[in-house]
Design a protein around this ligand. Structure first.
Ligand code: SAH
Length: 341
């Protein structure tokens, strides 16, 4: 059976024509799918005969809300979504002054093995399909009843390890006949899958690329991010420069501050020198405690000192505000608790 949400718009047109339907049907069906229709019966402007035909070969994938938590501090909503095969993924909706932002997953689990990350502890189960990535936005928006305007691909999984489905998703979510979310309102975060960065540069999509750097040199990065053994910092930053040159978009860096590992003043100095020529913004994330890991965050004074050092060296840096602190909103933590599902 075909999930209609796995088609890009042009592919949907082709498919519908191949079963004897007119081109304009694609627009109607695409729109229904992206509004969160869960059955063909809801598509009231599609004839019964067409609906029956579609039902024979295709299905409309959906996500079941397995658990939902709403933060009483800041309104952050965290979903544990159940996929049709019983696997679970997490998505988080955050309220910012510029609108609702959803943090979505790209894989069930992750194989990248970052030492501080909860999502990778059980390894990679499977890639999400393009439809499953999109469904997180569709069903969160449907549940909340407000438009989601921004997306960050910073949930479970490594987006560039599921490249084709992620690109298909980006095309679909940006399509004006569907959710119509601007690519400039979408960030994609990678731990540094270098070939994926080069491929992405060629797509010329005006998304924001975010690099999970987390260390100012290979010695430190090797101890916390296994991907660095394959693509070291020099190769990673070379790919970043190519990306910036080609797309004319700035890159952001994520830097999780782990006390005693990467948060000394010397580290701040090294980091500033390393990324200076890329003119990127640095997002500092005080490391979130993960039960299985013994990494700790520094005091607020340590964190402020690191930020101030970067700023004084001419690097634009901010400390990420913690949202949803009362609902363990950092990805990977909720799924891990119910991994048997
Ligand atoms: N695989 C992608 C997408 C994950 S994004 C990537 O690595 O970029 C989630 C961000 O949170 C990444 O920067 C990740 O390194 C970071 N992160 C993961 N676990 C964390 C933790 N316990 N504390 C702080 N940041 C963490």
């Amino acid at each position: 059976m075909i999930d209609l949400k796995d088609f890009e718009y042009d592919e949907l047109i082709q498919y519908l024509q191949s079963i004897g339907e007119k081109k304009f049907r694609a627009e109607q069906i695409f729109s229904w799918l992206h509004k969160g229709a869960e059955s063909y019966d809801e598509m009231t402007n599609i004839s019964k005969a067409t609906r029956e035909k579609l039902e024979r070969e295709t299905y409309i994938s959906a996500l079941k809300i397995r658990e939902k938590y709403v933060s009483s501090i800041d309104g952050t909503v965290k979903y544990l979504f159940e996929l049709p095969d019983g696997n679970c993924i997490e998505s988080v909706v955050m309220r910012y002054h510029h609108g609702l932002t959803i943090c979505i997953s790209s894989q069930v689990g992750c194989k990248m093995g970052c030492r501080f990350c909860a999502s990778t502890i059980g390894g990679l189960y499977r890639n999400l399909t393009a439809g499953e990535i999109l469904n997180q936005v569709i069903f969160a928006q449907k549940d909340i009843g407000e438009r989601i305007s921004n997306i960050v691909m910073m949930g479970i999984g490594e987006p560039l390890d599921n490249y084709d489905n992620v690109i298909k998703f980006l095309h679909n979510v940006n399509n004006e006949k569907g959710l119509n979310i601007g690519l400039r309102h979408i960030s994609l975060s990678t731990c540094g899958v270098v070939p994926g960065i080069y491929r992405l540069a060629d797509e010329m999509l005006p998304i924001t690329l975010t690099i999970s750097l987390h260390a100012p040199n290979d010695a430190v990065r090797n101890t916390i991010m296994p991907v660095n053994h394959k693509y070291n910092i020099e190769e990673l930053l070379k790919a970043c420069r190519t990306y910036v040159d080609k797309t004319k978009r700035r890159i952001s860096f994520e830097y999780s501050l782990i006390h005693g590992v990467n948060d000394s003043m010397e580290n701040a100095f090294e980091l500033a020198e390393l990324i200076r020529d890329l003119h990127g913004h640095v997002n500092l994330i005080p490391v979130n405690k993960v039960e299985e890991r013994n990494f700790e965050k520094g005091s607020s004074a340590d964190i402020r000192a690191f930020r101030d050092k970067l700023t004084s060296l001419g690097i634009n840096a901010t400390v990420r505000r913690e949202l949803g602190a009362d609902i363990s909103a950092s990805c990977g933590q909720l799924r891990k608790k119910v991994i048997q599902c």
